[in-house]
Design a binder for this molecule. Structure first.
Ligand code: FE
Length: 194
């Protein structure tokens, strides 16, 4: 688990923000707007994007080609956000997202990252032993499925487009979105039909 920031970290952040404001690089209003946007974001946005992709081939094509444009198409403002990339699972291929360096995460469409995503253990083990990490979520990939681990960075934030599970034929997008969890959007879990 990531440690809570200590007083030194908070004082350093305060001095950094004060320097940015003094240099005219950022305003209080801009900081507040960014915090409000992140506070409002949550994994239901990503889930709605996946569910729409499962029911609308044109949207799926856009989502895989340009995740940021696909988010904008759902009413999400991506201004000032790093580009969103979408990793499409396929038969025989599964993706797992990690930020090995810190905690880069597609906050605009998933909200704040969970604590485990920021932990040193996840960041290291997702690379060293990805199948072992998945097993701890109870996620077992069928034999022969390739597991691709993809690093989110400050330049590109990744989200997984899982495969639409069997047993969801005829479901509308709203019902489909309910089975797309945050964990499935990171790739540690698969959508499950209850
Ligand atoms: Fe990071």
């Amino acid at each position: 688990m990531a440690a809570r920031p200590g007083p030194e970290s908070i004082a350093l952040l305060d001095r950094f923000v004060a320097a940015l404001k003094a240099g005219g690089l950022v305003t209080d209003a801009e900081i507040e707007e960014q915090v409000a946007r992140t506070d409002e974001a949550n994994p239901e946005i990503g889930a709605r994007m996946v569910a729409r992709a499962w029911t609308d081939p044109d949207y799926r094509e856009l989502l895989v080609r340009d995740g940021s444009a696909a988010a904008e198409a759902m009413g999400v403002s991506m201004a000032g956000m790093p580009p969103l990339g979408v990793l499409a699972d396929a038969p025989g291929l599964h993706h797992l997202v990690v930020c090995t360096l810190c905690s880069c995460y597609p906050r605009a469409v998933l909200g704040y990252p969970p604590h485990w995503y920021k932990s040193a253990a996840y960041r290291a083990r997702a690379v060293r032993d990805p199948r072992g990490v998945l097993a701890e979520w109870g996620t077992v990939l069928p034999e022969g499925v390739e597991l691709r681990v993809v690093d989110s960075t400050a330049d590109y934030r990744w989200m997984v487009l899982p495969e639409r599970p069997a047993g969801t034929e005829g479901w509308d997008a709203a019902r489909l979105a309910e089975i797309v969890t945050r964990d499935a959007l990171v790739g540690v879990a698969l959508p499950v039909v209850a």
